[in-house]
Design a protein around this ligand. Structure first.
Ligand SMILES: [Zn+2]
Length: 249
């Protein structure tokens, strides 16, 4: 079975728990989430995750949903401010993956394009949740089987990216939930570089409050710098957050 086939198999199992509606993640229980993780373990890891350590079976009881919006992604006391969807929280006692329910249940209400998670297009809340669980599983796998690499990689370093690419075919380690992109991330970034210039007034997706703000561009390089015309602040944003004319509907 290909990666896509395995992912689709899990999707079909899980969508039945949501009454057939992939945009009804609000109905999903912590037990359902644990069930999804077991399916991932069976199909992608030959069930090795749950037998890797006798304690892990009970540790998995700590997977669940939180009622909070991000941003939060924590490893021990380290804070990774880039994560808004879910986080892997690891301490001496247990592994915990918490998924922000409000973020997932807000997706695809107004978005009629795609959300991208780990470089892969998602067209429903459930697909976005699966891709996020895959990302969190990579954190967990590295932490269980290679504490050294996990620490060296500080979360999303080369070992993480190699694992997530090999196991799940991820092409990015970021997600842009709520962004609702018109194109895949790489195409989007190329279009931004080709069409946006200093002095332009554009729209930008503001991650902080999930708004779409007017923005005057001062400079564009790895990030876009300029003035947010809605609040008067000098800001810089990822090129992913630049809203192109084909995304204004
Ligand atoms: Zn992460």
């Amino acid at each position: 079975m290909s990666i896509a086939d395995k992912r689709a198999h899990i999707y079909h199992q899980m969508v039945s728990r949501l009454g057939g509606d992939p945009n009804a993640v609000d109905r999903m229980t912590d037990d359902n989430l644990f069930e999804m993780i077991r399916l991932y373990d069976d199909l992608f890891l030959d069930g090795q995750l749950l037998v890797a350590d006798p304690k892990i079976r009970t540790r998995f009881g700590n997977f669940g949903f939180s009622g909070q919006y991000g941003p939060f992604a924590e490893y021990g006391k380290e804070v990774d401010s880039s994560g808004i969807s879910g986080h892997t929280l690891i301490d001496d006692q247990h592994h915990t993956v918490l998924i922000s329910r409000p973020i997932f249940t807000s997706l695809f209400k107004e978005c009629h394009r795609s959300e991208y998670v780990n470089g892969i297009a998602c067209r429903s809340q459930l697909e976005c949740l699966q891709l996020t669980v895959e990302h969190e599983l990579c954190h967990l796998i590295l932490n269980i089987w290679s504490q050294e690499l996990y620490s060296a990689g500080r979360g999303h370093g080369q070992p993480f990216q190699a694992l997530s690419s090999h196991l799940f075919g991820h092409t990015h380690y970021q997600h842009w939930l709520g962004r609702c992109l018109g194109d895949d991330p790489d195409t989007h970034i190329r279009s931004v570089r080709a069409t946006v210039h200093p002095g332009d007034v554009i729209h930008i997706y503001n991650n902080k409050n999930r708004s779409r703000d007017q923005f005057r561009v001062a400079n564009i390089a790895e990030r876009v710098t300029g003035t947010n015309l809605d609040n008067g602040q000098i800001e810089n944003h990822s090129l992913i957050d630049v809203i192109l004319p084909n995304e204004t509907s």
